[in-house]
Design a protein around this ligand. Structure first.
Ligand SMILES: [Zn+2]
Ligand SMILES: [Zn+2]
Length: 369
C-alpha cells in the first residue's frame, strides 16, 4: 500500500461528498467504527473549526479528528465530489484517509491504495489510454520504480507522494482496463542498477534520434542514463520542431550571456549557422566563448537542446529534434518498438543499458543482506 496526497497544491479543500462505487466501506474515527456504507450511499464531509464534520443525508454523525474510509470487500472503489471548491468528480481505488491540515483551514485527503492500483492510475495519467499493451507494462514498471524511489518525498505532510507532476501525475482510477491488467501482470517488478538500488527511471517524450547523457543535462553521470542512438522515434509526432527568432534578439543574447563581441564577425557567423550532427553539450565559437545547448534551450523555451541554428536573413531559425530533456527512456521510440512487437524487457534494456528487473520482495532480501 502507498499513501498519495490528493488535490495537492489545489485550492484548499473544505467539503467533499464521498460515495462508494464498488465494494463496501466502513467509516472509522478515533472513536472506532461509526458506520457502514454500501454502494451509492453518500456522506458529506467538511472542515469545521472543531474537527472534521461527517453528515449523511438527514443527520450529523459527529465531528472528529480523523476520518478513515476503509474498503472491506475484496475490491473497493469510491468517488469524491469536491463541493468546496467545486471540482468534477474523480474515482479512486481502495481507501480514503482524511485529516485536518496542521495550520490551514482545510482537509488533507490521502488515498491509501494498493501499489499496483496506483501504478495503473499513473500510467493512464502519464501516457493516455491508447498505446499498445506492451508499452503499458513497460510504463507500469517505470512508474512503480519511480514511486518506490521517491517513497519518502512527502513524509512531513503525512503521505508518501503527491498527485501532481512534482511526484507523478495521478487522477484516480484508469478508464482503460488494459492499463490495470498491465499493472497487475507486472505486479512487484521494479528496475535496479548493478548495486541493486532502484534506478532513476528518467523518461521524456521524444529524444530526436539520440538520447542524452545524464551528466550533460543534470550534473551527475549515471551509467544506465547514457546516450543511445534511437532510430525508432524519428518519424513520430515530436521528432522535429522549428522556432524562428529575430537575429537582433539572438545577437543581444550572445552579447549579454557570454559577452560575445558583436564586431567579432567570425564568431558571430559561427553562432548564426551551426549543426549538431550528434547531441553535443556545447559548441565552441572561439577560445573564449562557447554556447551551451541546455542553457539556450532553457532561455528560449525550446522543445529540446538538440537543434541546429540556421541563418535566415533577418532571423535565425532553430531547427530541432525531439521533445524533452532527452535522458533515459524515449516514450515515442518505446511506443513504436512496442507496436513493432518488441517485448517490454527488450525495450527497457534498449534505453537503460545494464539494468535488471527484479521483484520487490527480492529487493528487501538484498537490503537485509
Ligand atoms: Zn510531490
Ligand atoms: Zn527517441
Amino acid at each position: 500500500m502507498i499513501n498519495i496526497g490528493l488535490y495537492y497544491g489545489n485550492k484548499p479543500i473544505e467539503a467533499i461528498v464521498f460515495t462508494p462505487v464498488s465494494g463496501k466501506y466502513n467509516l472509522y474515527t478515533e472513536n472506532g467504527m461509526q458506520l457502514e456504507l454500501v454502494t451509492g450511499e453518500m456522506i458529506y464531509i467538511s472542515y469545521d473549526k472543531n474537527g472534521i464534520k461527517v453528515q449523511d443525508l438527514d443527520k450529523v454523525i459527529g465531528t472528529f479528528k480523523n476520518v478513515n474510509l476503509i474498503g472491506v470487500a475484496s475490491q473497493n472503489s469510491f468517488k469524491i465530489k469536491c463541493e468546496k471548491p467545486n471540482y468534477k468528480p474523480r474515482s479512486y481505488d481502495d481507501n480514503l484517509l482524511i485529516k485536518q491540515h496542521d495550520f490551514e483551514d482545510k482537509l488533507v485527503l490521502i488515498n491509501n491504495i494498493d501499489l499496483d492500483n496506483y501504478v495503473a492510475g499513473v500510467v493512464e495519467a502519464e501516457v493516455g489510454p491508447s498505446p499498445p499493451e506492451e508499452y503499458f507494462k513497460l510504463q507500469a514498471i517505470i512508474c512503480r520504480t519511480y514511486a518506490l524511489k521517491s517513497y519518502n518525498r512527502h513524509d512531513p505532510e503525512g503521505f508518501n507522494l503527491c498527485d501532481r507532476v512534482h511526484c507523478q501525475a495521478y487522477h484516480g482510477r484508469p478508464k482503460n482496463h488494459k492499463i490495470r491488467m498491465a499493472a497487475y501482470e507486472t505486479s512487484g517488478i521494479v528496475v535496479v542498477d548493478s548495486d541493486i538500488n532502484l534506478i532513476t527511471a528518467a523518461f521524456h517524450s521524444n529524444c530526436g534520434g539520440q538520447t542524452a547523457n545524464s551528466e550533460d543535462v543534470w550534473t551527475k553521470p549515471v551509467y544506465y542514463l547514457h546516450s543511445v542512438v534511437d532510430t525508432f522515434c524519428r518519424a513520430e509526432n515530436n521528432a522535429c520542431w522549428q522556432k524562428e527568432i529575430p537575429k537582433s534578439k539572438w545577437l543581444n543574447y550572445l552579447h549579454q550571456k557570454i559577452q560575445l563581441d558583436l564586431n567579432d564577425s567570425l564568431s558571430i557567423a559561427k553562432a548564426e549557422n551551426l549543426t549538431q550532427e550528434n547531441r553535443q553539450l556545447s559548441f565552441r565559437l572561439d577560445s573564449l566563448h562557447q554556447l551551451n545547448f541546455t542553457q539556450i534551450r532553457q532561455d528560449f523555451k525550446l522543445k529540446s537542446a538538440y537543434f541546429d541554428i540556421v541563418d535566415n536573413g533577418n532571423t535565425v531559425l532553430f531547427k530541432g529534434k525531439g521533445f524533452g530533456h532527452g535522458v533515459g527512456l524515449c516514450q515515442e521510440g518505446a511506443m513504436r518498438m512496442a507496436k513493432m512487437g518488441y517485448t517490454y524487457p527488450e525495450i527497457l534494456h534498449y534505453y537503460y543499458r545494464g539494468v535488471h528487473m527484479i521483484h520487490i520482495s527480492t529487493l528487501d532480501f538484498f537490503k537485509e543482506e
